[in-house]
Design a protein around this ligand. Structure first.
Ligand SMILES: Nc1ncnc2c1ncn2[C@@H]1O[C@H](COP(=O)(O)OP(=O)(O)O)[C@@H](O)[C@H]1O
Ligand SMILES: [Mg+2]
Length: 351
């Protein structure tokens, strides 16, 4: 039996999202093939072995149960060498310290095979400025943007704001370069709002990206694979809010609609799938990822938005639903991700 370490929680603003995704994954794993080892990371960064009820993960109470178990039986619950506890790591962590290459680096150091993208691709996909720079070099279609460093903002605010106003048109989206789940993102319509939004984004990251707002539909594609990545059907997100913000992603109880397959012309769907695979390959992604696009309403032009290397993974999330539509059901999807992780590990280590 493979000891499958499912790692959830984490030190990011997306802690709660991870709990939801991980609960679905843990419930779906084939217990005939895998022994699931649950490892939770608290918001403070403490790693805890957890063998309590799966339904106590989502509401966060797993932490108390795990801490109590550790206090009562430190011999059994102390996490010393990760490699002694698990054969394979499946990080179901969203955002910084999970999706950004940091934990992947830890697995590499410890020689533990793991699911999903490696260190570099995770880090590049997480950083919107780096990803856009690479997409731009390769000629992938994307909207105009301006990159801002905190240092410039602190000392030359007027120049920074002038430059943004010269290069792109309102409304603009202001985002921390490294984040996710729409945390720290604002849509703004004038200079005053822009300054406030820059300050807000700068509390999350020292690199900020300001993008021209596109009047668009939101299109997403799921990718699976290492050297020969495959694209799923194309889906559309129809957010209930003005844009797909944190609330509409996780709190609006079904008002955001997922439309699979997206109601778009086949030619556009093919183009989207093609660009998604190009983008995935460009960042050297492995295992799986979701590639997100904007489809401009007026022109039907496609713009790549971003790659999520650990996309939302609940049973109701776009990523598994897209694969389900393409014929791969949830438990088999997890199996594929583990197999791809082993394949990559074996190639890397020439085994
Ligand atoms: N340039 C843009 N034009 C139009 N809408 C945008 C733009 N950038 C972001 N948005 C909206 O904000 C949401 C979150 O932005 P995104 O860059 O995907 O950040 P995150 O990494 O947090 O998901 C998008 O899903 C979309 O609804
Ligand atoms: Mg997004």
């Amino acid at each position: 039996m493979i000891k499958l370490g499912i790692i959830f929680g984490g030190r990011s603003r997306e802690y709660k999202v991870s709990l939801m995704s991980a609960t679905s994954v843990i419930n779906a794993v084939d217990r005939d093939r895998y022994e699931v080892v649950m490892i939770g990371i608290t918001e403070e960064g403490e790693w805890l072995l957890y063998d309590g009820p799966v339904d106590k993960i989502e509401d966060g109470s797993w932490q108390d149960i795990a801490k109590e178990a550790l206090a009562n039986d430190p011999e059994k619950y102390r996490l010393t060498n990760l490699k002694e506890h698990i054969d394979f790591a499946l990080p179901i962590l969203h955002g910084p310290y999970g999706e950004d290459g940091t934990i992947q680096g830890l697995f590499e150091m410890m020689d533990i095979p793991y699911g999903g993208c490696g260190v570099t691709s995770s880090a590049l996909a997480m950083d919107k400025i780096f990803a856009k720079t690479i997409f731009g070099h390769a000629g992938l279609p994307q909207g105009p943007y301006v990159a801002v460093m905190l240092e410039e903002l602190l000392h030359h605010q007027d120049e920074v704001v002038n430059k943004i106003e010269e290069e792109i048109l309102y409304p603009v989206f202001v985002k921390p370069s490294n984040m996710g789940s729409s945390v720290g993102i604002s849509k703004v319509y004038d200079r005053d709002e822009l300054i406030k939004a820059l300050k807000l984004a700068s509390t999350y990251d020292r690199r900020i990206i300001v993008e021209q707002g596109i009047e668009c539909r939101e299109i997403e594609v799921a990718i699976l694979g290492n050297d020969y990545p495959e694209a799923s059907a194309v889906g559309e997100i129809i957010p209930a809010a003005e844009f797909y913000d944190y609330r509409s992603k996780y709190c609006d109880e079904g008002r955001t609609k997922l439309c699979i397959p997206a109601d778009i012309p086949p030619k556009i769907a093919e183009e989207v799938r093609d660009i998604a695979i190009k983008a995935y390959t460009l960042l050297d992604c492995c295992g799986f990822a979701r590639v997100d696009f904007f489809l401009e309403k007026e022109t039907e032009k496609i713009y790549i938005n971003e790659i999520n290397t650990i996309p939302g993974f609940t049973r109701f999330s776009m990523f598994p639903l897209l694969w389900q539509h393409s014929g791969l059901v949830y438990p088999d999807l997890i199996e594929r991700i583990v197999m791809l992780g082993y394949e990559r590990y074996n190639v890397k280590n020439r085994r």
